[in-house]
Design a protein around this ligand. Structure first.
Ligand code: ZN
Length: 364
């Protein structure tokens, strides 16, 4: 899974609608924009009154919020905090856009919120998408050999709530990795001393992370890695794949997990990387090998892919039949076509002759 450069994929298969605000919200904006001058003084008095009666907003409040598209969208207040340089009642709010995936939750300023739209009575029946997720067949059969990730569908309601309570506020908003600045999606459990930083600076080769740009610059002068620490098992054109053994490169493996968690909602492996191999895909130039994605594989038989897994996958894809006591692969062109279409563009083709790899054997 290309965890790093995957902002176009959706983790839970939920499609995101970046659609405009509800018609209701738009109408409200229009209404206040069209207010006649004579009514304005009155209105602003009323607004003032209203402000003081609702502020500061309570956690759980539902209100309309101006998003980056300039439109108003319904949000729920998840958390609030006092502004560093504000007065005693100046807060900023961490909000969840109820129409969107959790990855778009963010801190917003008061001026982004339309206080006229504050809902004083919270309707408990209105559920967020995140708690009313329905599992698709695809998600059900998703065989995830990457770590011990669990999707929403495998968590019961209580542990889902617990997960969301613990990870409700994104700690790191952006990261710098090589030449890129990347907006993050989710909470990641960095050591506590990093939680005050909105931005982290990663060395793109050893994946050490720092709080300040100058620290990274100093680090880059002495870091001698120019590619992931492991064996190059594939090279074709400018693309290389490296196999990194988590046991031999524990810190790298952990750093990779911290980084990946910023883009995965549910992922539980951070420290026990010993039992994993990481396959890191890089694009290489004269400056070095720049990571573009990775997947990992657990070495334990417990979670390895077994014959039954392959069987159920093929069954769910309708590509296998049971005939005369044995399984027969039946690749109906029409069915294949449907799957290919659903999968989207094919991606890069692997040139098998350029693969230099032997399956991992437990070293004694
Ligand atoms: Zn480094």
């Amino acid at each position: 899974m290309g965890s790093i450069d995957a902002p176009t994929t959706t983790e839970n298969g939920t499609t995101q609608s970046h659609a405009a605000a509800t018609a209701d919200g738009d109408q409200k904006r229009l209404a206040s924009a069209n207010g006649a001058p004579a009514e304005m003084t009155l209105e602003s008095e009323a607004t003032k009154k209203r402000r003081s009666s609702v502020l500061p907003l309570e956690v759980g409040t539902r209100v309309m919020c101006r998003w980056r598209d300039g439109k108003y969208h319904p949000v729920k207040v998840i958390e609030r905090r006092k502004m560093h340089f504000g007065g005693p009642d100046d807060y900023e709010y961490y909000v969840h856009y109820t129409e969107f995936n959790r990855r778009l939750d963010e801190w917003v300023k008061l001026e982004q919120l339309d206080l006229d739209s504050v809902e004083t009575v919270v309707d408990e029946k209105v559920e967020d998408k995140v708690t009313s997720l329905k599992m698709t067949r695809h998600q059900k059969r998703k065989i995830d050999e990457t770590h011990v990730e669990v999707g929403h569908e495998e968590l019961d309601a209580a542990s889902l709530r617990e997960h969301e309570e613990f990870t409700k506020v994104k700690n790191i908003a952006t990261i710098e990795l090589g030449r890129y600045e990347i907006e993050t999606w989710y909470f990641s459990p960095f050591p506590p001393e990093y939680n005050e930083s909105l931005k982290l600076y990663f060395c793109e080769f050893c994946l050490n992370f720092m709080k300040r740009k100058e620290q990274l610059q100093r680090h880059m002068r002495k870091c001698d890695l120019k590619h992931p620490p492991g064996d190059e098992i594939y090279r074709s054109g400018t693309l290389s794949m490296f196999e990194v053994d988590g046991k031999k490169n524990k810190v790298y493996g952990q750093n990779l997990c911290y980084l990946a968690k910023l883009f995965l909602d549910h992922k539980t492996l951070y420290y026990d990387v010993d039992l994993f191999l990481f396959y890191v895909l890089c694009e290489c130039d004269d400056r070095g090998c720049h990571m573009v994605g990775y997947f990992s594989k657990e070495l334990s038989d417990m979670t390895a892919i077994k014959a039954e897994d392959i069987l159920t996958t093929l069954q769910s894809l309708e590509l296998i039949q049971y005939r005369k006591g044995q399984h027969v692969i039946c690749a109906d062109p029409k069915v294949l076509d449907r799957h290919l279409k659903a999968a989207g563009r094919g991606g890069l083709e692997v040139d098998v002759s350029k693969l230099i790899w032997t399956p991992y054997k437990e070293q004694s």
